[in-house]
Design a binder for this molecule. Structure first.
Ligand code: NAP
Length: 306
């Protein structure tokens, strides 16, 4: 794979930025990668582990002269970070982001983008429950989707270049409209996270009743909820504050279905339960067939409990 950009700047040095750095290095996609994080502690760790060719002490210093600047901070912080770096952006540069919500980021960042600079929002559909500069790894994006959400009038060459970078990092790339993105992600990621947070919260309340049985006998179903519910609180607070309408729409539908299943249990309607679970099992099959998860029992953890 050959170099796509001379200079890439990563603003925010957490899971996604550090994974991007290692993936860019793996394939030689950039001449130099600069990085900046707001806390001295994160910058110190980054320097120690060799994350970025040059760790800068300001976002402006990192972004100055870059051909691509990627905003890798929580969704609620994108606007302020964009406002900070615009004075140093070079003409023809591209600004992108990796935020989990797109309409809000477009509204927060677009007004700051000067003429002659391209703004191409993006969202890699890959992550883990870990965060911070040490959590990244080069393989995070391999065979995962990255959605590009070009704004109206985007320069096709700039979009093609960003696509080449993500493909070079191992991702499959698609383009999507911002509102559609936010609805799809509300179904596939945002609402499931809220449900996991809720389920773990319920179990935590119950723990006080059952002493530590919930943890001691924690089976695969619950453990998977706790993994999701361990995700970064700042990131997920911002997701729900900024993808409000789509998440509420999906949670409304979820509540209706939950009531229907609750009723089936109460009335002993086994047929309805069986049919419902048969339909959902087919969805799992589809995800495995699409190469987006492993068919190994218990996600390949080894021992299976359910
Ligand atoms: P992370 O590991 O928690 O890192 C966040 C980075 O942003 C840190 O360097 C942090 O700086 C910085 N930051 C936090 N609040 C800030 C603020 N108010 N102003 C400036 N900088 C701030 O996060 P991440 O998981 O990489 O997520 C980054 C972005 O990617 C988010 O927008 C998220 O929605 C998106 N995303 C995440 C996932 C996922 O699964 N994690 C997947 C796809 C997309 P300090 O270290 O100095 O605190």
């Amino acid at each position: 794979m050959s170099q796509v950009y001379d200079r890439v700047a990563l603003i925010g040095l957490g899971l996604i930025a550090s994974s991007m750095f290692w993936a860019i290095k793996r394939a030689g996609l950039a001449g130099e990668v600069t990085g900046y994080a707001r806390s001295a502690e994160t910058r110190e760790i980054a320097r120690k582990i060799g994350l970025c060719d040059r760790v800068c002490d300001s976002a402006q210093e990192a972004a100055k002269g870059a051909d691509l600047v990627v905003l890798c901070v929580p969704v609620g912080a994108m606007g302020a970070v964009a406002a900070d770096i615009v004075p140093v952006l070079k003409p023809g540069a591209t600004v992108s982001d990796v935020g989990s919500v797109k309409r809000h980021v477009i509204e927060a960042v677009s007004p700051h983008i000067p003429d002659g600079v391209h703004f191409i929002p993006a969202h890699p559909l890959a992550g883990t429950e870990h965060s911070g500069p040490e959590s990244g790894f080069a393989e995070l994006f391999d065979n995962r989707w990255n959605l590009l959400v070009p704004v109206k009038g985007s320069d096709p060459d700039a979009v093609a270049r960003l696509r080449a970078l993500w493909e070079g990092m191992g991702a499959n790339v698609d383009e999507m409209d911002a509102d559609h993105h936010d609805l799809v992600l509300a179904v596939t990621s945002h609402a499931p996270h809220l449900i996991a947070y809720t389920m773990v919260g319920v179990a935590d309340d119950l723990r006080r009743v059952t002493d530590s049985e919930v943890i001691k006998y924690s089976a695969a179903g619950f453990r998977d909820f706790t993994r999701i519910a361990a995700s970064d609180p700042t990131m997920w607070r911002d997701v729900f504050l900024t993808n409000k309408d789509a998440t509420l729409e999906i949670l409304g539908r979820f509540t209706e279905e939950l009531f229907a299943l609750q009723r089936a249990i109460r009335t002993g309607d086994g047929e309805q339960l069986f049919d419902y679970f048969t339909r959902t099992r087919a969805i799992r099959r589809g995800i495995i067939d699409a190469g987006q998860d492993t068919d190994a029992p218990d996600f390949g953890r080894g021992k299976t409990t359910s």
